[in-house]
Design a protein around this ligand. Sequence first.
Ligand code: HEM
Length: 454
Amino acid sequence: RRGRAPQAPAVLLQKIRDPAVVHRALVDNANEFSNRPPARLHVALVRKRQGQRNENLNSVAHGPHWRALRCNLTAGTLHPSRLGCLAPLQREAIQDLIATLSSKSKGAVTELHAHLYGAVFSVVARLCFGDGVDDRDVRAMCRVIKDLQLSIGVVRPFSPSGSVLDKLVEWRRLRRLFAINARLTEMFLPFIKARPSPCDNGGRRPYVDSLVDLRIPSNEDEHTATAKSDDVDCGRRALRDDEIVNLIKEFLGAGTGTVAVCLEWALAHLVDRPEVQRRLRREVDAEAAAVSRAGAGMPYLHAVVLETLRMHPPLPVLPRHVQSDAAAGVLGLSASDLYVNFAVADIGRDGRTWTNPDEFQPERFLAGGEADGVGPLPGPKGIRMMPFGAGHRFCPGVGMAMVNIKCFLAALVREFDWAPPSAGGGVDLTELDGFFKVMKTPLSARATPRNQGD
Ligand code: HEM
């Protein structure tokens, strides 16, 4: 038995649903809960290289390495003061999306997910690589990132007791993930080598440039194993190419899939509830500068987005590794070295804190409503919804996500009348757990350009 790999931690299927316990764990005792993914998936996603870990921001343990990566992303690329620079990218992507949807014959039924995904991806990819990346590259990357998310499927801890068939399926999935990773590396490396980007990028500093310039704390093993001596300076080192590839992959995937799926859900509810669509359109029409101001000063638009995220948080559970007895104690468990799931989706539909939680009622977020003052992130006192997580690992993309969702949604409602595929028909709002919480029946709708339909 000597030399055998250590046992995988036991898997606990239990979900942690009580908002007070979630708050105690993720906010008050966050350091005790690691969001390291299960070993096998981890290897496939963030792959070890010569015995070294190759982490992304989401997988890296809390500490100096995480702080350096997170600071680089939030203080540089995603800082609220820079979100205004996104406007030209958003305008371009919206124009293309409107042109594509308008080119369909009037009243044709369109399946929307791929169009929404492609439009959001083009904004995120240009923020990542700068204006030097052309449309063909963007489309090719978009396909492979989408493929990666589909291939990951539901993120679940690997169960060591699976049947032979389960193991075979898992093995094939991992092989596919390795192949996709190799393809993405091939696509991204030329952009890493070619920086700084030759264009001025409208005052934006591409994420890839910031990663190449970043110096992270290095440890002894890394000094000796791979880092070139001229890259190591005062206990800090440059990121290796494979680490940069991994962080780019995370940025593109996290920045696109979540936003596209939220847009699809929001449109689905607008198709399902014409009176909500009309009310939103009145607000959007009244706000002439909706696109450039990205929905600022549009309370109903804000409410529609929050209600969508409450009901359909794209990441419905946050898996965590319970590392210590102290952490187990916080959860009222008797043992550590377990995985648990913090139930984001259940919290947003908790009947103790939400009236008619399964009904789409954006009005609840307006002044005087039951959720007046509730925002995308939980406040310090307690948790009523947490689509972007809670505690120090909350999503750093929350600002960019809200701005992107609002400006795409405002434009789609301003330009088109949205109706179900068949007159008087409804929309199937059944959910399906994939990499994100998606629509079981992808949204198809009739988009009639308003200047033709009026
Ligand atoms: C509707 C859109 C989005 C939703 C619902 C969402 C949700 C989340 C959630 C729930 C987490 C995990 C938090 C935790 O573990 O406590 C997370 C982490 C993360 N998100 Fe987002 N996200 C969205 C958009 C974005 C965007 C636009 C970006 C950047 C381009 C982004 C980048 C990240 C990163 C890098 C992490 C890992 C942070 C860390 O561990 O420090 N996300 N997101």
